[in-house]
Design a binder for this molecule. Structure first.
Ligand code: NAD
Length: 293
């Protein structure tokens, strides 16, 4: 049976490491890392994410700054706040909570973030550098970085292995595939137009699934002994849960457990890693800006 890759445990280890370094930095040079979060509109899920990010910052000693703008704000107003944070020396990371309201151009807004403070790693320059050989981005997007960190910390060998990423979104699938390739895996990408996806996934020593489709990946899709990282977070009806639903990944967990050598559960796998990576990116940024080793 597959070993369970415990994202909660690993994320707590990383948070402890970040907290230690934040304290050390404050003591040595008097600098406290700062993260600014810009939220536009009043989506409940986005509000929850922003609240969790703030709480996580507090827990490790990172200072957080928050701007809430109304749904009908203009692009210029959002950009004005970004530019202020770009120029604010107490802010080392700037995060614009996505999705933005439909009337805004996401690229214009993400472009305004100083790449030195782009802790989400969504600036086109950072993504471009991630795609280029011999170049490194200043920041790597948090969710795919969390997937890689789980692989590293579980001693999974990546070099020379076959990896398959399911999904090609800008925030998860595409950067995950680029990261695996940078780590010298041979990478295939499966997406909504792929015919016979199971023929591709069955080749893979490492599967990262980020499709957002419950029960997409069956046990028969998994090569025996593969490592499975399930990024999906999908609500499914559940009359027994007080909320009327529960969250599952993209992978049929029980089926995959009998095939894989290791697997992330949902919840408690990749989910907690995303915020841990955001904290670690913010610390990294403060260290770089202040030339602190
Ligand atoms: P998205 O909808 O932007 O992208 C989904 C991708 O999957 C697309 O590229 C699409 O081509 C592909 N896809 C869709 N249906 C498919 C199918 N049947 N077969 C193969 N490929 C298919 O989603 P996203 O933002 O990348 O998120 C993906 C999932 O990961 C969601 O469940 C989301 O909730 C979850 N997620 C989790 C975290 C986290 O753990 N912190 C962060 C971001 C997203």
């Amino acid at each position: 049976l597959a070993k369970v890759i415990d994202g909660k445990l690993v994320s707590n280890q990383i948070k402890d490491e970040v907290a230690g370094e934040v304290a050390g930095m404050k003591e040595a040079i008097g600098v406290i890392p700062g993260l600014a979060v810009i939220l536009v509109g009043s989506r409940k899920d986005s509000q929850t994410y922003v609240r969790n990010k703030k709480k996580a910052c507090e827990a490790v000693g990172i200072k957080s700054y928050e701007v809430n703008l109304p749904e009908d704000s203009t692009e210029e107003e959002v950009i004005k706040h970004i530019l202020e944070f770009n120029n604010d020396p107490s802010v080392h990371g700037i995060l614009v909570q996505l999705p933005l309201p439909r009337h805004m151009n996401e690229e214009n807004i993400l472009n305004a973030v100083n790449i030195e403070k782009d802790v989400d790693g969504f600036h086109p320059l950072n993504i471009g550098r991630l795609a280029m050989q011999g170049r490194d981005p200043l920041f790597v997007p948090c969710t795919p970085k969390g997937c890689m960190e789980l692989l590293y910390r579980h001693g999974v060998e990546i070099k020379g292995k076959r990896a398959v990423v399911i999904g090609r979104s800008n925030i998860v699938g595409m950067p995950a595939a680029l990261l695996l390739q940078k780590a010298n895996a041979t990478v295939s990408i499966v997406h909504s137009h792929t015919k016979n996806p199971e023929e591709v996934t069955r080749q893979a020593d490492i599967v990262i699934s980020a499709a957002g489709v419950a029960n997409l990946v069956r046990g028969s899709w998994i090569k025996p002994g593969a490592v499975v990282i399930d990024v999906g977070i999908n609500p499914v009806d559940d009359a027994e849960s007080p909320r009327g639903y529960r969250l599952v990944g993209d992978v049929c967990y029980e089926e995959a457990c009998t095939e894989a050598s290791a697997i992330t559960p949902v919840p408690g796998g990749v989910g907690p890693m995303t915020i841990a990576m955001l904290l670690s990116n913010t610390l990294e940024s403060a260290k770089r800006i202040h030339n602190f080793k």
